[in-house]
Structure formats: C-alpha cells, structure tokens
Ligand binder design. Structure first.
Ligand code: TTP
Ligand code: MG
Length: 411
C-alpha cells in the first residue's frame, strides 16, 4: 500500500486525525440567535437587499437543500423554490443576510472547544479544522471521543458539526462529509482503502468538476479506480497534482496537522467505570494522568506555571482546583504532589471522572508572534461555563482566574 515516499520519510498511518466541519454553518449561526428558524428552510446570502436582485446563496439549511437550494444559486431562484406562505404547520422559507461578524464570533467559540480537547488544532476556514489526537487516545476510543466533541460543540457553541476520523487529513475530510449533517464517521487504518473505493471522484478534496471530467474520460469513475490507476499516466496528465490525488485516493497523506500557534494548556482526563471513593484508586489514577501530561509537556519543551485538577462528582458536578507557582517549571514530581494535595479536599466523595491540567504555559523554543497568533485563534478560551461557586483558586496572584470549563473531554 506504500506510495512514493522520500527515503526516511515517516509512515504516519497510525495517527488519529479529526476533521471537524460545521453543518450549514452560516444558517446554523442564524438559528443560534433566532431559534424560530429551527427546522425551517433558511437561505443565507448577500446582494438581495434593498431591491438588489443579483445576490447569490452563501449557504442553506438542510431543509432548504431538500427543495433544491444550493450554494452560489441566485437568491431569487432559491427563494422561488421554497414555500412562501405557511400552510398549517408546514415549513416556510426564510432569508437572512450574511453577517460575518456574528459568524466569526461563533467560529471562535467552536475553536475554543477544539483547542480545549486537542493540543494540535489547525483551523483551515471559518467552519472547519483538523485535529491530531494521536497522543490522547487509541482507535477504540475514537468514536466516543468524536461523538463527545460534537455534543460539546453543540452545547458550548450552539451549532451542529460533522466529524470525520481517519489516519490522515485527506481521508478525515472525506469522512466528515460522508454522513452530513450531524455525522460522525470513523475510518480506522485498515478500512481506509475500502471506505474510499466506492466513492465518486468529487468526494476527494482537490478534485473539482474539471478534473473529474478529465479522469472520467480516462475511464476512471470512482476513487477506487483512481487508486488503482497507473501513476505515470496520472502524472503525465495532471503533473504533481496527479501524484497527490493518486496518493489521497490510496489513503496516503503524510501532511502533518500543523497547529497555528500554541496551546494554552495541556490536560488529560479519565472516567471511572463506576463512581468511586477508593482513595488508592483515585490517587493512582491521578498520578497516571499527571505523568501523561508532564511527559507531553516535557517532550514538547513546554513549561507551566499553573497546575490544576478537575473532579467530576455524581451526577455531573464539575469542580476545578488549581495552584499557581511563582514561575514556570517543568517538574513532573511537583505536578504529582500538587495534584495529590488538591484532591484531598474530595476525600470520601465518590468521583466519576478526574483530570489533570497544566496551564500558564511558556514555550522554550517559541517566539512571541506564534503565541499571539494562537491567542487570537483561541481568544474565547477563557470562557467560564461552570458555576462560579465551583471555582476556587489557590492562586498566587489575585488577578489570575482559573478557567473552569465543562470541556476537557479526553480519553
Ligand atoms: P461549507 O462548509 O462548504 O458549507 P456549510 O457549512 O454551509 O454546509 P455543510 O453542512 O455542507 O458543510 O462552507 C462554510 C460556510 O462558508 C458556509 O456556511 C457559507 C460559506 N460559503 C459561501 O459563502 N459561499 C460558498 O459558495 C460556500 C460553499 C460556502
Ligand atoms: Mg460546513
């Protein structure tokens, strides 16, 4: 199954890559602030206001798509396809003008959730991002992780997403599109070729109508046909891009998910099968989580100034505790000691889930510009979702407030 690779280039087929793509994003954002649009055909576009008639559809809700509405259609044509008046409880078409400022706000909220659950997040547009979660889970946990993430985005950003999980970016993107809307599709390494094979050429990112037509004229109808096509012929016809689409059709894509900037925290959490108050089990689990987080920090040459734990008690009460140091450290033993110290407050309480987090990060090798970039991308990372009463910070400086989010939904 190996395509042409540079000698020594790593084979990265063991990675776990997520592609998150929001469903009918602009329309979903409109619904978020106007719940009356829920379940209705909604068209979002521009250029149809104040007597203008040349506007085009930016997106449409899935209900509107059922009537044949699609992106780039003339708005007047789109609205003609939709019911204008409501019969009994039947649907009626709605038009909303594009409001980028609002969509950017929602997009930042989605990204804040993504930043929270993965160390490596690459936002590629207002409504899609790739995550690499290889360090966080195995394939057996991938579906649950993706479903939790989808639910979390819905809960915290108020919009629906579809998620594809695969060993590389290109297949993950195909997977996120496969079961839209509100879908989660997991394609483990052994299933990549059989998943891709029957799909039509246009499902592959980078194959537009023109390339698809050219491929069809070569007798190539599906991604499977493309995968087994002669590589030399594809390169003759399409140059370097021929090589790329051939690789992607065969489920090969060595591109790394390169984050924009850096994370704001590193954390890991783990749930018990049943809530437990067994102090030894709780301490053992906390130590394991602390080790995992500090190893990750150390490998990436990341220092931290704040060390925290998260404790979930039944039914689903989330408590966070943290302690800040006077300066950044890389000290695994200290993280363990502080985590064990902080958990003492919960002695004899049944615990459903535990987490360890280090934050207030400093990057040994990084320059400030990439940090600023990340901070812009994760500017909503400071949101508080837990009740104030749950917060308690054993913090050195008064102006520093620990984040309490219901997020950090990991392994
Ligand atoms: P997409 O992700 O392509 O579309 P979508 O999120 O609306 O729907 P889907 O469920 O199929 O993912 O694009 C994201 C947003 O980009 C979309 O909501 C509106 C905008 N957009 C345009 O403005 N013009 C276009 O032609 C397209 C395709 C999208
Ligand atoms: Mg989308």
């Amino acid at each position: 199954m190996s395509g042409a690779r540079l000698p020594g280039a790593p084979t990265r087929e063991d990675r776990i890559v997520l592609h998150v793509d929001m469903d009918c994003f602009y329309a979903a954002c409109e619904r978020r602030r106007d719940p009356d649009l829920e379940g209705e055909p909604v068209v979002v576009g521009m250029g149809y206001e104040s007597g203008e008639s040349h506007g085009a559809v930016a997106t449409a809700s899935y209900e509107a798509r059922e009537y044949g509405v699609e992106s780039a259609q003339a708005i007047s044509q789109a609205l003609d396809l939709l019911p204008r008046t409501r019969d009994d409880d039947g649907p009626v078409g709605h038009y909303r003008q594009v409001d980028m400022a609002h969509y950017e706000t929602v997009s930042q909220e989605v990204k804040a959730v993504l930043c929270e659950v993965a160390d490596t997040v690459r936002a590629v547009s207002i409504d899609e991002a790739y995550l690499d979660v290889t360090d966080r889970l195995g394939w057996t946990g991938a579906a649950v992780f993706a479903r939790n993430l989808k639910a979390q985005i819905r809960e915290e950003a108020g919009v629906p997403a579809s998620i594809g999980v695969a060993p590389n970016m290109s297949t993950a993107k195909v997977a996120s599109d496969y079961d839209k809307p509100d879908g989660v599709v997991v394609v483990p390494p052994d299933d990549v070729r059989s998943f891709l094979a029957p799909l039509s050429l246009e499902e592959l990112h980078g194959i537009g109508p023109v390339t698809a037509r050219a491929l069809r004229s070569m007798g190539i109808e599906t991604i499977g046909d493309l995968a087994s096509a002669d590589r030399g012929r594809l390169v003759d016809q399409f140059g370097e891009r021929g090589r790329e689409i051939h690789d992607h059709a065969r489920g090969h894509d060595d591109r790394e998910v390169e984050p924009v900037g850096q994370p704001k925290s590193l954390s890991n959490e783990s749930a018990f099968t049943e809530p437990t108050d067994d102090a030894d089990r709780i301490a053992d689990r906390l130590v394991t989580l602390a080790e995992e987080v500090t190893t990750r920090a150390s490998t990436r040459e990341i220092l931290y100034k704040t060390i925290g734990i998260k404790v979930v008690t039944p039914p689903f009460d989330v408590h966070t505790r943290a302690r800040s140091l006077s300066g950044p450290v890389d000290d695994a033993a200290l993280v363990e000691t502080i985590a064990l110290d902080l958990i003492e407050e919960f002695e004899e309480q049944a615990i459903r889930k535990l987490g360890v987090r280090v934050s207030n990060l400093a990057f040994v090798e990084e320059d400030q510009s990439s940090l600023d970039e990340w901070n812009r991308n994760c500017s909503n990372d400071q949101q508080t979702n837990e009740p104030e009463a749950n917060a308690r910070s054993d913090v050195a400086s008064n102006d520093e407030r620990e984040r309490q989010t219901s997020v950090f939904e990991f392994t």
